[in-house]
Design a protein around this ligand. Sequence first.
Ligand code: ADP
Length: 338
Amino acid sequence: MLGDTDYIALLEQLDEGVIIVSANYNVLYGNKTAIGYFGDKLLDVPIYNLIRNSEVIDAINDSAEINISFPYTSSDGIYKLQLSYNHKPGKPGILIISNQTEEENFDSIRRDLIANVSHELRSPLTSISGFIETLQNEKLSQKQYSKFLDIMSEEANRMDRIISDLLSLSKIEINEFIEPQTEINLMEPILLAKNALELRANELGKKIIVDQKLDIAPMIKADADQIIEVFHNLIDNAIKYSIENSTIKIILEVIDDINPKQMSVTVENIGTGIGEEHLPRLTERFYRVDKARSRNVGGTGLGLAIVKHILLRHSADMEVSSQVNGKTRFTVLFPIYG
Ligand code: ADP
């Protein structure tokens, strides 16, 4: 048989908050989790003074059995709590409180994402629909006709790029928490990304140079395809947002005054730059400093979000420094072990 202290010990271990109230709703007992939410001075306090939420209080007063979610502000933040309560008149009752904050955050991220994706896809789609209507209803010269088709094709390409980037993001998220085990020479994916973009840079009168003074091969544990994607996005941005006839530099260095040592790769360009207030938000999905400019250069606003997720998987950090109308540097820091 379990004794009273055994029951208390079991209640103390629960992740849910447990509060026992008397028939007139004064607190007789709160476990550790409940104390975490409401503080340690809850004994003998009427439950109404702890949960200062009129909807919850009305529900406790009005029904014998409730199950209700409510926001709760404590000294260390705002929680979303779910309260279940079963009460027989004239008897003590037990309240079970579970924390739904994480589920709520996850839901709100998912809702925002769906709203953003719909919005981003709707604008090219609206433009295409508008042109289809014009083509159907108006007599157009051959020149106008082919101009409209070009715009429609560019809008369709934009939708295609957004969908490819979204698929890329969801593919990355599948194994985001599995650390890569293959050892690779970091130079190889960097050069592959550089070579793939060099022609386009040259067409815009821009040069890409690699500057490296390494005594040893830069070996890291990584997924080579994902590292190509990181540098493809960073170099692509450096091309998109730099001034004409400029040089984009890729600088590799070992940073050995910290433990573990780091392999640092900086992609540097001179161009529009990024105001300081935008820096913390750059890796958010669909965040763009200048929406029109990003759109004109074929951006989707997803490149740096992809970079962030890949780097997370590689335990790598990214630092950004930028001057408006000056130098912008994206530096990726990979840990080197052994
Ligand atoms: P996009 O597809 O719009 O380029 P990204 O996620 O790659 O989206 O980048 C987000 C935003 O960060 C860009 O829209 C741009 O405003 C800014 N940005 C990224 N790289 C640079 C850079 N090298 N110079 C200036 N601004 C940049």
